[in-house]
Design a protein around this ligand. Structure first.
Ligand code: HEC
Length: 218
């Protein structure tokens, strides 16, 4: 029994040293892991020298507390995530936030059009303004995904890595959407409800086609 506990203690010490070597990037995470390891070690030694049960319980509680504190962290809590500068002068974090803002604009204005199309007395001016906003926003779509703004950045994003692995297909999805959105805007400005309905369904299909392959499922 003693021998087993001693071995366990040595393994824990070795783990701490390995983590110290590996953890050049996230010092916070290292402290977190090291504390966790020390708590484990305390527990192992506690059992080894047959400390009172209460002391083992205290060590166990410490272990749980540290586990809980560290569990909520992980790579994404790195405060430096997203701080890298892109060639366009924006940080990775700002770029991701801007594109999510762009998509929110799509969503909000799409809903306006959808609501109006369902209504018996559609507010055509609202439809036209929404379609123009979507068309305006969509001109930048192709620039919203510079290399380095994927999930590997550590910033929360629903963009999948496959965007940069299958860039040709992604570019096609971008231009399909831009064309359909331009069609929606033209239809909206014409004021023809029938044409707007058709163009709206068409544009919606291009949103979905991209989401199905390139966006994380909800
Ligand atoms: C070329 C691909 C593509 C097209 C086209 C596209 N999307 Fe998206 N959309 C994405 C990706 C990728 C994300 C995830 C972005 C992120 O989290 O960084 C997203 C996110 C969103 C979000 C969530 C934004 C947020 O963070 O809250 C909404 C809403 C949305 N899209 C609506 C639309 C609508 C409406 C259209 C069509 C007019 C559309 N999208 C067209 C790829 C696309």
């Amino acid at each position: 029994m003693r021998v087993i506990e001693g071995v366990r203690g040595r393994i824990v010490v070795r783990t701490i040293l390995r983590q110290a070597r590996e953890n050049r990037a996230g010092f916070g995470l290292f402290v977190c892991r090291a504390t966790f390891s020390v708590a484990l070690l305390t527990l192992a030694i506690g059992e080894d020298v047959m400390l009172k049960t209460t002391e083992s319980i205290v060590a166990g509680a410490l272990l749980l507390a540290v586990l809980a504190a560290c569990g909520s962290g992980g790579e994404t809590s790195d405060p430096a995530a997203g701080a890298e500068m892109l060639a366009n002068g924006m940080t990775v974090g700002a770029q991701i936030e801007a594109r999510q803002g762009g998509f929110k604009t799509f969503g909000k204005n799409f809903k306006t059009i959808s609501d109006q199309l369902k209504s018996d007395s559609a507010d055509m001016a609202a439809v036209q303004a929404a379609a123009a906003t979507i068309a305006d926003t969509a001109t930048g779509l192709g620039d919203w995904f510079p290399e380095g703004t994927g999930p590997e950045s550590g910033v929360e994003t629903e963009a999948l890595a496959i965007i940069w692995e299958d860039g040709a297909d992604f570019a096609t999805k971008v231009s399909d959407a831009q064309a359909a959105i331009e069609g929606l805007n033209l239809a909206a400005q014409s004021g023809d409800a029938e044409a707007i309905s058709t163009a709206f369904r068409n544009a919606g299909g291009t949103c979905k086609a991209c989401h199905d392959k390139f966006r994380l499922d909800d």
